[in-house]
Design a protein around this ligand. Structure first.
Ligand code: LLP
Length: 442
């Protein structure tokens, strides 16, 4: 195998291989899937999801002696099928607002597995959380006050238990748009507000069972979690003394990064991140003589990113003064991440991926926007119009942030499991684009 293919294959789902000169995932030839379902096409490989989940479970069991649990951050990618996978595997599902709550409900996720987040929950979000969620993570005092009002006037018997989201005052190292833990971030409660929220919730008869924080997304160095844990455990030592309260659950969020490009490899494994968190929590509790809480992690990207692949057709090949352009049939409408965060991706041709690279290539979409470039300066072989390219690590925050820009229709999504490829989301149609529109009155 040539160096280019050998370097990029490990970014694809497990069991990706080159057979008969074509990219395969297990027994599925990607060109046949593109033929059957059209392009752009997104696929999720079940065995890769299962493997990432097993890595988390094994790491938690090995590294943390008390109870532990996992929540899947639905914002990374949510569909009925994905929510079913989450539910079948016994994870909690984190839903942001009423929209994601209703997707989980449509997938029959039960109340005790449904957790609700949101920095600014509307009344509708709060009402949906009261109706369907087992856990609500409170972001700020105003939200708590509105929640208490809703609870007072509700005739329900059962309400979600609460976790309070602490803003620890330090973020992880990542793109500034995905940092959340810093002092002036819009997310969460300061330590003082946390104490106030705890008292207010308790005196309203609400059950607060968890302390939560999340310092940002797509980080590779877990060190800032240690400082946030110190702060959180100091706060818990204080609440134990002043209010007799310690959390049953402590959740330091998610955010562990994933390699997207051959230059990001080798990547530190999930086990190292979990070990770091577990060891600091164990030591911090020991030093303060605190009981060990249930450790709950909340990953999105590190569970689903690698399981996803995007397949595009090359519509045109262009040469400009210094660049070779491959113009694809998808781009920033299905993957805005390069435009938003300068995220760096890689790709392989679906047929003859072992051809040697001939030139740096710019892979761009068809949209009227110079920022619609998926990949810059990637060494690629000569590619002709009509060929297919596959972009690995496409499972997180692509479709969930996709748009209809320029009348783009969102891609079909398929699920690969054993010997079956199942359509889990149909491609949008032209009619979908104006289905909600109404004409002006005469
Ligand atoms: N928990 C909370 C409270 C979160 O806000 C997030 C992500 C997660 C967990 C999961 O983070 P993960 O493990 O997936 O990194 N659109 C950006 C990422 C935004 C993340 C938002 N919150 C991107 O494409 O990189």
């Amino acid at each position: 195998m040539n160096d280019m293919a050998a370097a990029r294959l490990p970014l694809f789902p497990l069991n990706t291989q080159i057979k008969d000169g074509r990219l395969h995932i297990g027994n599925f030839a990607l060109d046949e899937l593109a033929q059957e379902f059209g392009t752009p096409l997104y696929l999720y490989d079940r065995s890769t999801l299962d493997d990432a989940l097993a890595q988390y479970r094994t790491a938690l069991q090995t590294e943390y002696p008390a109870q532990s649990g996992l929540t899947y951050a639905g914002k990374a990618f949510l569909s009925i099928a994905m929510a079913q996978w989450v539910h079948q595997n016994g994870l909690f599902i984190d839903c942001t607002g009423a929209g994601e709550i209703m997707i989980a409900v449509a997938a029959s996720v039960p109340r005790d597995q449904l957790l609700v987040h949101g920095v600014s929950k509307s009344q509708e979000d709060l009402q949906a959380a009261i109706a369907y969620a087992g856990i609500l993570v409170v972001d700020h005092l105003g939200e708590l006050e509105r929640l208490i009002e809703l609870v007072k006037t509700s005739n329900r018997q059962k309400f979600p238990t609460l976790w309070l989201r602490l803003r620890p005052g330090m973020a992880v190292e990542t793109h500034s748009y995905t940092q959340t833990g810093q002092d002036d971030s819009k997310f969460g409660l300061s330590a003082l507000e946390f104490l106030q929220a705890l008292e207010e919730a308790q005196s309203a008869g609400l059950h607060v069972t968890g302390l939560h924080f999340h310092q940002g997304s797509h980080f590779h160095d877990p060190k800032p979690i240690a400082s946030a844990l110190e702060l959180a455990l100091d706060l818990i030592a204080e609440t134990r003394q002043s209010l007799g309260w310690v959390p049953q659950t402590l959740c330091p969020g998610g955010g562990w990064g994933t390699p997207y490009h051959e230059d990001d490899l080798p990547h530190r494994p999930i086990r190292e991140y979990v070990r770091f968190v577990a060891q600091h929590l164990l030591q911090g509790c020991h030093e303060r003589n605190l009981p060990l809480p249930t450790l709950h992690l909340e990953p999105g990207r590190s569970l689903v990113a690698r399981a996803g692949v995007a397949i595009y057709r090359v519509e045109a090949v262009k040469r400009t003064a210094t660049r070779r352009w491959l113009l694809l049939d998808g781009g920033m409408a299905d993957n805005p991440r390069p435009a938003l965060y300068r995220a760096r991706y890689t790709a392989l041709p679906v047929s003859q991926p072992e051809r040697p690279a001939t030139d740096a290539t710019w892979l761009a979409g068809p949209y009227c926007e110079s920022g619609d470039v998926l990949i810059e300066a990637l060494p690629m072989p000569d590619i002709s119009p009509g060929e297919l390219v596959a972009v690995p690590v496409s499972g997180a925050y692509q479709l969930s942030m996709s748009s209809n820009y320029n009348g783009a229709r969102r891609p079909a999504v398929i699920w690969l499991q054993d010997e079956t490829a199942t359509l889990i989301r149909r491609r949008e149609t032209l009619e979908d684009l104006y289905r909600r529109d109404l004409p002006l009155p005469n």
